[in-house]
Design a protein around this ligand. Sequence first.
Ligand SMILES: [Zn+2]
Length: 351
Amino acid sequence: MTVNIDVISGLNSKAPAAILITTAQQRILLDAGGALDPDASLWSVPDNMDAVLLSHDHVDHIAGLARLPSAIPVYCTAITAQALPPGTNVHIIPVRGQFQLGDIIVTTGSCGHALGGVWFHLNIAGGIFYSGDVSMESALFHFDTPPPAQVALLDASYGLYEVSQAEQWDKLHTLFSLPTLCPVPPSGRAVELALLLARFGHQDIALDGPCLAMLRQMVEHNDGSLRPDIMGELHQLLQTLPPFSPQVKVLFAADPDGQSGMAGELRARDDFHHRTLFTGYLNRVAHQQWRNGDVDFCRWNVHPTRQSLQALVAMLDCRKLFPLFTPIDDIGHWQQTLQCEIMMQSYSGID
Ligand SMILES: [Zn+2]
């Protein structure tokens, strides 16, 4: 049986995720990402899809769903389902477990990147692994070791960047000595950064409504995406956080682009003077603001470093690798670094 892998969007640039797997029986879409930049062109929606699998609730992985026919079955975790449009044909899957799609067994595990975030392993063509977004360095999120796979579709958002979380923390930590507003995705780094700041003795930290709601859900129930050893500390954090107000020194607020939500609202106020600190992807508007010196930027690792990519390749024992969400200018260098055939086009394999 032939298996085709077609990266519709997400190859050779930081673009929304959309990957089509076609077998003789089924057409499965892995993620349905929305645009990161307001004027980005949209990927073309494939026809005759049997299922959509969503890795986590960030815009560049789910916001394209609105363009798909609503009857298509969508498989995602309970947390991811909360972010989907009403009327979506949702099938809830576990963070860590297995489910059947026709003749395919899909295995899931925690991706270490967001609450309710998973990677997928399909038991076809010698194993196909899709990481979604993934991190192996999180102080908050658990990472599950995946089973072996011949073909890996890996989050490589940082290219072959090699600065560890610990080194980044040294830089980032000092920036929080000033009144700071951090625009963040609620299910990701908001709680992790608040947790680390609390560990370092900062008490004047607050989370906006959507970020606080995520913390509450984390404290109530570990769905498998949190490190088990962190639960006591999370509980403590929830008890000690002051109510959200513009007077609090360090504020975490949605949305991650800093243009809408509470982050956008605060920045538009004349009486609000906190520095804005971006720690994730800068869209075109935010990038220009950073170039003008209007905002700060310091990366907080939520995607794999080079070492993490090498560790993933070793775990998977993969032969072919699609490096996703990053421009690739020197394939030879990637091949040498990761000791895999680097895939830049569609792939056909035999199951
Ligand atoms: Zn993400």
